[in-house]
Design a protein around this ligand. Structure first.
Ligand SMILES: [Zn+2]
Ligand SMILES: [Zn+2]
Length: 266
């Protein structure tokens, strides 16, 4: 059952219009596509939607136009520091893209240079950084209960190729696993994000396999997400990620079907 619910378009930082994505999805046999452009963030105008009303109107128009060919959902990727009006959307992906420190918002994933600045704001202490990131994010997850938890361990984005800060450190894993358990208590679905693989940052999805094992052991739910910024990657690396999920022990994943989050076999 081909479906993706983490999709960016020209309304935020994606390359294709929503309609181009819909046409591509129909051509490839998707049962559903959910749009999730970046919700407005006053502290960083580089990635987010400026015309939220236009976005909502356009996705609603496409829903009707293609109703007999594909299920279309109006979602949004909400930054955990900037809450939106939830009733405007079919679902929300809750993601943490910034470290808030000393009265400023430091981008974690823009590029490695920004990541380095965020780390400096945490006193160049990786473990303090991890605790601040996960602490804030888990607080948000517990109170906000987003439909999908976006790229849970985003802070490790540059670890494999640019700055090895976390993945080799067992003290980091202890923190990450402890906060994964906290996030699990929310009952929210963890997205398993393949965007960092298709964009060349990581060799495995986000969350990392080690955290996926914790999620599985504790009965957590997962959904496949491509975090696509161009239509060609709408189901990028899904086949190998499904394989990985089966290897970890998952037998099902969640998709939106007839408006409900529904499990389908892996
Ligand atoms: Zn994101
Ligand atoms: Zn995204």
């Amino acid at each position: 059952m081909l479906a993706n619910f983490h999709t960016h378009t020209t309304f935020s930082d994606g390359k294709n219009t929503p309609e181009e994505v819909v046409r591509y999805a129909i051509e490839k046999g998707f049962s559903a596509v959910g749009f999730s452009d970046h919700g407005y963030t006053a502290y960083d105008g580089r990635y987010c939607m400026k015309d939220t009303a236009g976005y909502i109107a356009e996705i609603k128009r496409l829903k009707e136009k293609y109703a007999d060919q594909i299920e279309i959902y109006l979602g949004v990727e909400e930054d955990s520091h900037s809450l939106l009006s939830r009733e405007d959307f079919d679902y929300i992906i809750g993601s943490c893209h910034y470290l808030y420190a000393n009265g400023a918002y430091y981008s974690i994933d823009s590029n490695c240079e920004y990541f380095t600045k965020a780390l400096a704001a945490a006193g160049n202490d990786e473990l303090a950084f991890a605790k601040a990131y996960y602490g804030h994010f888990c607080e948000y997850i517990q109170t906000r209960k987003p439909d999908l938890i976006g790229h849970f361990d985003l802070l490790t984005k540059f670890d494999e190729k640019e700055q090895a800060r976390f993945l080799h450190n067992e003290d980091y894993w202890a923190i990450a696993e402890q906060y994964t358990l906290k996030a699990l208590k929310s009952g929210c679905i963890f997205e398993v994000n393949t965007g960092m693989i298709t964009r060349g940052f990581r060799s495995s999805p986000c969350p990392h396999e080690r955290l996926l094992r914790v999620i599985h052991e504790h009965g957590g739910k997962v959904a496949l997400s491509s975090d696509s910024h161009q239509r060609e990657t709408l189901n990028g690396c899904f086949a190998e990620t499904e394989e990985l999920l089966r290897k970890v022990g998952f037998s099902e994943r969640y998709i939106l079907k007839n408006g409900q989050w529904t499990s389908v076999p892996l």
